[in-house]
Design a protein around this ligand. Structure first.
Ligand code: TLP
Length: 427
């Protein structure tokens, strides 16, 4: 669970008369069972009593709550509106630990638009060295990393070859079309993976009528495929095809660290095959934000900085975030295998529930995708029923669900999640 003080106790606490009616309702909903978190003794607005808010802040709900709770809670922060939830919706939900927050607080910073943030520079150098690339650029999100790459490698009107359930296809709000003016050429993969033959077949001929292929994008691990790891040999074959046709390759490596942890392959063994790759610090590594776009070509770096600015992603004292990234790489990479073990355990338990369709052998890393067939509850009702029991997952398709293990999920929580699954889906 990391080194932060986390919700540790479920406590029966009598409803204080002083708190308001909407809180009363929330209290009733959770049947008087609350999670309390004992905060470390730091002076925050949560645990100090009077301060005068700026008039512009007086309408803010949080300010109201702070005032309502301050006299009552002292240094105990109420989670009256939040029962202790086992949150398997994504590995993006992790919260920075105290140690990570301390690293952030101590970060030496400067204005990164001038290239003067020493902590951002350190993170970029560290990542470039790790992946065997000449340069890395810190960006706020994985989506921005992917979109910068698409913009860098293509011309408007070109086409990008990508697997049909890729994040770039499903979850980036059509940015490739909107921002780079390209269309996506979807290739149907197997658990998110496509072959070199499929890529070869999708490359457009260089003749005057036909749209031109500007880029090939792969995703490793593949999110919608179920955290699938690309075999290095497949990537090598695709690279050969791409090079023959003179087409650049980008890797959406939002969860490349999971592939690295699972295979123990050196990071550069994947990175060497791509002209650009983006890796996320805010997934399994547990940083609150930030991704890196890596490349060898320094002319690309210069253009990437300009597009980052154009897309609104150039930040100032971003070292506060970069420090979390450095901390995450140094401390959390080594433990990703634990998440993979948790995901496998979950999958093995789920397979015993008759309505659940899952192949535990397909769970490569920290993502478990499963179907629920012929259950009396609809997918949204299933999600709601699980939530009622204290378990959060996402429905990702008609009868398809996703559970993701991460830094804030302990073995005990995995056991509890299995019990809840059996209770809700077994009936
Ligand atoms: N994925 C999120 C959602 O957007 C679906 C998640 O919960 O898994 N590439 C891949 C493969 C991703 O899974 C994600 C995030 C991204 C890129 C985008 O990262 P962010 O959220 O930082 O823009």
């Amino acid at each position: 669970m990391g080194d932060q003080i986390r919700p540790t106790a479920r406590a029966e606490i009598a409803r204080p008369a002083s708190i308001s009616s909407d809180i009363d309702r929330k209290i009733d909903e959770s049947a008087g069972l609350f999670v309390v978190q004992i905060l470390p003794p730091m002076k925050t607005r949560h645990d100090t009593t009077p301060y005068t808010p700026h008039p512009a802040a007086t309408n803010s709900l949080s300010t109201e709550k702070i005032f309502k709770y301050a006299p009552y809670t002292q240094s105990i922060l109420w989670y009256a509106h939040e029962r202790l939830m086992i949150d398997l919706r994504s590995d993006t939900v992790t919260k920075p630990t105290d140690a990570m927050r301390q690293a952030m607080a101590r970060a030496d910073v400067g204005d990164d638009v001038y290239g003067e943030d020493p902590t951002v520079n350190r993170l970029q150098e560290m990542a470039a060295a790790m992946f065997g690339k000449k340069a890395a650029l810190f960006v706020p999100s994985g989506t921005m990393g992917n979109q910068l790459a698409i913009r860098l490698h293509t011309q408007p009107g070109q086409e990008v070859i990508v697997e049909h359930t890729a994040h770039i296809v499903r979850y980036e709000q059509g940015a490739a079309g909107a921002l780079a003016g390209v269309q996506l050429h979807w290739v149907q993969g197997n658990r998110g993976l496509i072959s070199s033959d499929q890529v070869e077949a999708a490359i457009r001929p260089k003749e005057p009528h036909t749209v031109q292929t500007g880029l090939i994008c792969l995703e490793n691990t593949h999110n919608s495929g179920g955290g699938t790891i690309y075999p290095l040999a497949t990537i090598e074959r695709i690279r050969t095809v791409a090079s023959t046709h003179g087409i650049p390759m980008h890797l959406d490596g939002a969860r490349l660290f999971n592939a690295i942890a699972a295979t123990t392959l050196p990071p550069a063994s994947y990175a060497q095959h791509f002209d650009t790759l983006s890796v996320c610090l805010s997934k399994g590594l547990g940083a609150p934000a930030g991704s890196l776009l890596l490349m060898n070509d320094l002319t690309l770096l210069d253009r990437a900085k300009r597009f980052r600015r154009m897309y609104g992603g150039a930040m100032r004292q971003a070292g506060v975030l970069a420090a979390a990234g450095i901390y995450a790489i140094e401390h959390n990479l080594g433990r990703l295998k634990e998440d993979h073990d948790h995901a496998k355990r979950l999958a093995r338990q789920l397979q015993h529930i008759p309505s659940v369709k899952i192949t535990p052998q397909d769970v490569d890393t920290n993502i478990v995708i499963f179907g629920v067939i012929g259950h009396r509850l609809s997918p949204s009702a299933i999600v709601a029923a699980l939530k009622q029991e204290g378990l959060l997952i996402n429905a990702i398709g008609e009868n398809s669900f996703r559970a993701v293990t991460h830094l804030d999920i302990s073995s005990a929580m995995v056991e509890e999640a299995c019990t809840i699954f059996i209770r809700v889906l077994g009936g």
